[in-house]
Ligand binder design. Structure first.
Ligand code: DGL
Length: 274
């Protein structure tokens, strides 16, 4: 049987990563879990994020039989990748390193901007990953953006204004530090939904990097060869997808299709405890 790829996020922003994965591995079987009852992770401590993320990973591996995991959450990737790897016996891919690798490929000046949740920024995981790529990264927390996306305000004047203020502050800080950034990394799985607004708000010539696309490319390299199409398959493959959430399944079904670019199907409620 085709192996299952488990994809996990604190909410449904990670469906942007699943969408990019389905595009590259249409013949695969996917189980997606959004830990919506405990969202947001981005304002919590490392210890709490690690516990939530490890429990979520165990659900996907033990109960859904996932043979690979993609941590489609920047906050969990930044603060809990080790804890997740310790909790499950399968290969685990986070989104930070692929994002930094994509930034390296896109930047000519070697200076990049990263926007993310509070927890991701405080961990400096992006700065460290960028440093190993020879890049200088200036990071900024943008805590108002996740609630705006969760509200579905992805093309709203209020969201556009919030983005403009955050990016003006970040560009001013970069100038004060003598940096010459030419890349903006969207270091949160919710932000790709704001990409059109971001593209309008960045200075001319600045490239916007989406860690969802970069993570899907990395997954393809890491697991792609093991996800073979069924023997004798002739027609275009259809992905097999099950979505789970720890709360708000109706909202997940309503908004999730926007993130996924196709219907989520019936979202199943799971209880991972408090
Ligand atoms: N999924 C989180 C991330 O990519 C954002 C939402 C949260 O704070 O839980 O960082």
């Amino acid at each position: 049987m085709t192996p299952t790829i488990g994809v996990f996020d604190s909410g449904f922003g990670g469906l942007t990563v699943l969408r990019a994965l389905i595009h590259r591995l249409p013949q695969a079987r996917f189980a997606f879990l959004g830990d919506t009852a405990r969202l947001p992770y981005g304002s919590k401590s490392r210890r709490t994020i690690a516990r939530y993320a490890a429990e979520s990973a165990q659900f996907l591996v033990r109960e859904q039989g996932a043979e690979f995991l993609v941590i489609a959450c920047n906050t969990a990737s930044a603060l809990a990748l080790d804890a997740i790897q310790d909790a499950v016996p399968v290969p685990v891919l986070g989104v930070i390193e692929p994002g930094a690798t994509a930034a390296r490929a896109a930047s000519r000046t070697g200076d990049v901007l990263v926007i993310a949740t509070d927890a991701t920024v405080q961990s400096h995981a992006y700065a460290a990953a960028c440093r190993t790529q020879g890049l200088r990264a200036l990071e900024k927390a943008c805590p108002l953006l996740v609630p705006l996306v969760e509200e579905g305000w992805i093309d709203h004047p209020v969201t556009a204004e919030v983005i403009r203020i955050y990016l003006d502050e970040l560009n001013a800080e970069a100038a004060a530090q003598g940096l010459d950034p030419d890349v903006l990394v969207l270091g949160c799985t919710h932000y790709p939904l704001l990409r059109p607004l971001m593209a309008r708000a960045v200075p001319a010539g600045m490239k916007v990097i989406d860690s969802a696309e970069a993570a899907a490319e990395a997954a393809l390299r890491q697991f792609g060869a093991r996800i073979a199409p069924p023997a004798g398959a002739t027609s275009a493959p259809e992905p097999i997808l099950r979505c789970f959430a720890t709360d708000s399944v109706d909202k997940f079904e309503r908004l999730g299709s926007r993130f996924l670019g196709r219907p989520t199907g019936k979202v199943e409620l799971v209880d991972l405890g408090g």
